[in-house]
Ligand binder design. Structure first.
Ligand code: NAI
Length: 698
C-alpha cells in the first residue's frame, strides 16, 4: 500500500512519499501527508518538516490508477492537502529530485521552502490531457517564475530541468549532493535563523505590461490551439493570477478545470492517454512472459519500406543487415538511408559523427547467408505470395533456430506465409506504416501459430524503437487497412453519386483529419488500392465495383507519383490542384452508370466515411481481430491521421452515442447504389447500442 513514512531526525520531521513508481498522489499518500503534518504539529520537539520523494520522483502528479474512481475525488483531495501544508504552523521544506510534475509541482508550491537537485524535471503537463493544473498551479507558478515563463510552461506542458530556475523564487537552493542531508541542513537553518513561513500565495505574479502581454498571448495561443480549448483556458487562469487576488484566481482556475473536464476534447485526450498504455497488454500473454534477445536484425528488401524499417533499428543502436536481389537495388536502398541521416545532420538534429556511427551499423548484402546469425528478420519484398514464399523458404533454411521471422505484408495471409516454414511459431507480422522511420504505428500481426514469447518480444522491441504497437489478428488488411478500405469506398461512391472531389476532402478535413480520403489516395498511390480491388473483385464477384476510381487508375493517374490522380500536381510540388479533366471523367462515369447526381451534404460525407470505419471496427472487434476498441482507436490516431481531439473512431462513435450511429446507418440503406446489407450495423455495434453501453464495457 502506498503511504508516506514519518520519521523524526533531531528536531526535523521527515515525510517520505512512497508510492512507486512515481509517487502518484493517490488517496493513501494524500492522507499520509496530512497525517505527517498533523504529527509534526502535535510534537513540540519538531520544529520543521521536510517533504521528500524518491530519487526517481518527488511526485509525478495524480495517481493515474485512480482516474475515474471514487478515490480520485475522496478527501483529502490534493487542494485540501496543499492548503493543509501551506497553513502548517511549522515550516515545510520540499526536497525535490526526479519528476516533479503536475500535482507534484503544485504540492511543492504549497510548501514554504523548496530545494531541488539540478536535474529534477519540472512540468505542469495537464494541458496534454486537455486540462489545466487544477490545484493552484496556474496561480502559484506565475508568482515564483513570472507570468511569461509560467504561461509558456503551462500552455506547452513541457519539462524543464530545475537548474534553469536557479535564482528564481521557485527554488531556494539547487543542491548537488545528498538530497535528504541537504534538506535537513536547510530546515535546520530555517529553524535556527527563525525564517518566516513563506507562502507563495502571498507573492505577486508579475509582468511589466500585463494587458499587452495577455492580449498578444491570447491571440497567438488561440490561433495555434485551434481545436483545443485548454491552452486558452491556461492563459486565462494565469492572467487571473496577475490581475486578481489569490483566492479569486483560484476560483477562476477551479471553474476552468471543471469546465475542461467536461469537454469532448479532454475526454478524447484522456482516452488516448489510457489507450496507449493498454495496447501492450495481451490477455493471454502475461507481462512476465520471457522474451528473446534481439541484438541484430536482418531486413529483406531495400525499397520504400525496407529502408524506413532499417532506420528504426539503426536509430536504436541495433545493427542491421539489409539484403537485396541486385547490387543496383542494394545501392539505392543504402543511399536512401544515408540521405535520411544527411538530412538530419543538415537540419542540425544530429551530429555528423552520430550519423556516421549509425551508418556503420548497416551491413549491405546480396546473400541470404548473411542472415544466418541474426535474431530477427523482417521481410519487405514485393507484395506477392509467390515472392513471399520463396523468401520464407529460404529464411527457414538459413536462419538460426529461435530467430524471429517477420513479414511486413499489408494484405497477405500471414498464416499462409508462416506455413512456408517449418517453424510457424517463430513467424509474426510486423506491419510498419510509410514512412516507416517516422510513423508511430506498428501493427503486430499474431498468426494462429505465433508463439507467445515471439509476440512478447515484438511488443518489447516496439518500445525500443519507439513505436505504438497494436496487436492484430490475421485478416485482409489487418485492423487499419481493412477499415480504411470501407472509408475510401464510401468516399468513392459519394463521388459517383454527386459530391465533388474537393467537397469530400474538405468535409473530412474540417472534421480534423490531416488529409481527406482522395488526397490521401493520391499520396499513397492509386495503383496500390487498385491492385487490391482487382484481387477483391475476383475473390468476391458480388462486390460493388469502384468504377470511377478504377477509371482514374486506368488512365495512369496514380496520384502524386504520376503527377495526377484525383487532383493534378505541378512537378516537384505536393499541392493538390483541381483538375477539370477529373470532373469530365466523373460526368462520364455517372452517365455510364445511369446516376443522376444529387446534392450530398457535408454531414452525409462525414457520417458515411466515419461510420464506415466504426462499423468495420465493430466487426473487427467482434471477430477478435482487435483486442479492444481502444486499440482500434490507437491504430487510427497513430497511423491514419484521425484527429486526436476526437479520440479515434470508436471513441468518437461513443461520444455521438451508439444508438445515434445505428440510426444514421439505417438511413443510409435507402437510395444508394450499394451492396445490400453494407450498412447493416455490425452485431456488436447493434448490441452495445441497445444495451446503452460502450464498446469496451464488460
Ligand atoms: P518496394 O517495391 O519499394 O520495395 C520492395 C523491394 O524488395 C525492392 O527493392 C525489391 O528489389 C526487393 N525485393 C523483391 N524481391 C526480393 C527478394 N526475393 N530478395 C530481396 N529483395 C527483394 O515495396 P515497398 O513499398 O517497400 O513494400 C514492401 C512490402 O511492404 C510489401 O509487402 C508491402 O505490401 C509492404 N508495405 C508497404 C507499405 C507502403 O506504404 N509502401 C506500407 C506497409 C507495408
Amino acid at each position: 500500500m502506498s503511504t508516506a513514512h514519518y520519521d523524526v531526525n533531531g528536531n526535523i520531521a521527515v515525510i517520505r512519499l512512497d508510492n512507486p513508481p512515481v509517487n502518484g498522489l493517490g488517496l493513501e499518500l494524500r492522507r499520509g501527508i496530512v497525517n505527517g503534518i498533523q504529527k509534526a504539529e502535535a510534537d513540540d520537539a519538531v520544529k520543521a518538516v521536510v517533504l521528500i520523494g524518491s530519487d526517481r520522483a518527488f511526485s509525478g502528479g495524480a495517481d493515474i490508477s485512480e482516474f475515474g474512481t471514487d478515490k480520485a475525488m475522496a478527501e483529502p483531495i490534493l487542494t485540501t492537502v496543499i492548503n493543509y501544508v501551506e497553513s502548517s504552523r511549522k515550516p515545510v521544506i520540499a526536497a525535490i529530485s526526479g519528476a516533479c510534475m503536475g500535482g507534484g509541482l503544485e504540492l511543492a508550491l504549497g510548501c514554504h521552502y523548496r530545494i531541488a537537485k539540478p536535474d529534477a524535471q519540472i512540468a505542469l503537463p495537464e494541458v496534454k490531457l486537455g486540462l489545466l493544473p487544477g490545484a493552484g498551479g496556474t496561480q502559484r507558478l506565475p508568482r515564483v517564475i513570472g507570468a511569461e515563463h509560467a504561461v509558456n510552461m503551462i500552455v506547452s506542458g513541457s519539462v524543464v530541468p530545475a537548474k534553469q530556475f536557479k535564482g528564481s523564487a521557485l527554488f531556494d537552493e539547487i543542491v548537488d549532493g545528498e538530497l535528504l542531508d541537504a534538506a535537513i541542513a536547510y530546515a535546520t537553518k530555517v529553524v535556527s535563523e527563525n525564517l518566516p513561513l513563506k507562502k507563495v500565495r502571498d507573492l505577486k505574479a508579475k509582468h511589466p505590461n500585463p494587458e499587452g502581454f495577455f492580449m498578444f498571448t491570447q491571440n497567438t495561443v488561440g490561433a495555434m490551439a485551434k481545436n483545443y480549448p485548454a491552452p486558452l483556458k491556461c492563459v486565462e487562469a494565469v492572467k487571473a493570477a496577475v490581475t486578481m487576488p489569490f483566492d479569486k484566481g483560484m476560483e477562476v482556475e477551479r471553474e476552468a478545470f471543471v469546465n475542461l473536464m467536461q469537454t469532448p476534447e479532454s475526454r478524447a485526450l484522456r482516452h488516448a492517454f489510457f489507450s496507449e498504455r493498454l495496447t501492450s497488454k495481451i490477455a493471454d500473454v502475461p507481462s512476465d512472459t520471457p522474451v528473446r534477445d534481439i541484438k541484430t536484425v536482418g531486413v529483406i528488401g531495400g525499397g520504400t519500406m525496407g529502408t524506413g524499417i532499417s532506420i528504426n533499428f539503426l536509430n536504436a543502436g541495433i545493427p542491421v543487415t539489409i539484403v537485396e536481389m541486385k547490387q543496383e537495388g542494394l545501392d539505392r536502398g543504402v543511399e536512401a538511408i544515408r540521405k535520411v541521416y544527411e538530412g538530419r545532420v543538415k537540419k542540425g538534429r544530429m551530429s555528423e559523427d552520430d550519423a556516421k556511427a549509425k551508418m556503420a551499423l548497416l551491413t549491405p548484402s546480396l546473400s541470404y547467408d548473411d542472415l544466418s546469425n541474426v535474431d530477427l528478420v523482417i521481410e519487405a519484398v514485393f507484395e506477392e505470395m509467390g515472392v513471399k514464399q520463396s523468401v520464407f523458404e529460404k529464411l527457414d533454411e538459413v536462419c538460426k533456430p529461435g530467430a524471429i521471422l517477420a513479414s511486413n505484408t499489408s494484405t497477405l495471409d500471414l498464416n499462409k506465409i508462416a506455413s512456408f516454414t517449418k517453424r510457424p511459431e517463430d513467424v509474426i507480422g510486423l506491419h510498419f506504416f510509410s514512412p516507416a522511420n517516422i510513423m508511430k504505428l506498428l501493427e503486430v500481426v499474431r498468426g494462429d501459430k505465433t508463439a507467445k514469447d515471439v509476440l512478447a518480444t515484438a511488443m518489447k522491441l516496439a518500445k525500443a524503437i519507439k513505436k505504438t504497437a497494436v496487436v492484430s489478428g490475421v485478416c485482409d488488411g489487418f485492423i487499419g487497412n481493412r477499415m480504411i478500405n470501407q472509408y475510401q469506398r464510401e468516399a468513392l461512391l459519394m463521388l459517383e453519386e454527386g459530391a465533388s472531389v474537393q467537397q469530400i476532402d474538405k468535409a473530412i478535413e474540417k472534421f480534423g483529419f490531416a488529409m481527406g480520403p482522395l488526397r490521401m489516395a493520391d499520396l499513397a498511390g492509386g495503383d496500390i488500392g487498385w491492385a487490391i480491388r482487382k484481387r477483391q473483385y475476383e475473390e468476391n464477384p458480388n462486390m460493388v465495383k469502384m468504377v470511377l476510381a478504377d477509371r482514374i487508375c486506368e488512365m495512369g493517374r496514380y496520384g502524386q507519383k504520376t503527377g495526377a490522380g484525383f487532383y493534378r500536381y505541378e512537378p516537384g510540388n505536393r499541392n493538390a490542384l483541381h483538375d477539370p479533366e477529373v470532373d469530365k471523367v466523373v460526368d462520364e462515369v455517372r452517365a455510364e452508370l445511369g446516376i443522376t447526381p444529387r446534392k450530398i451534404s457535408n454531414q452525409e460525407i462525414l457520417e458515411r466515411c466515419v461510420y464506415a470505419l466504426v462499423n468495420e471496427g465493430a466487426q473487427i472487434l467482434d471477430e477478435g481481430i482487435a483486442q479492444r476498441a481502444s486499440d482500434i482507436d490507437m491504430v487510427y490516431l497513430t497511423g491514419y491521421g484521425f484527429p486526436v481531439f476526437r479520440g479515434g473512431p470508436m471513441h468518437y462513435a461513443e461520444e455521438v452515442g451508439l444508438p445515434n450511429v445505428v440510426r444514421a446507418m439505417q438511413a443510409f440503406t435507402e437510395d444508394r447504389h450499394t451492396q445490400p446489407g453494407f450498412w447493416e450495423p455490425a452485431a456488436l455495434l447493434a448490441k452495445r447500442a441497445e444495451e446503452g453501453k460502450g464498446f469496451d464495457s464488460k
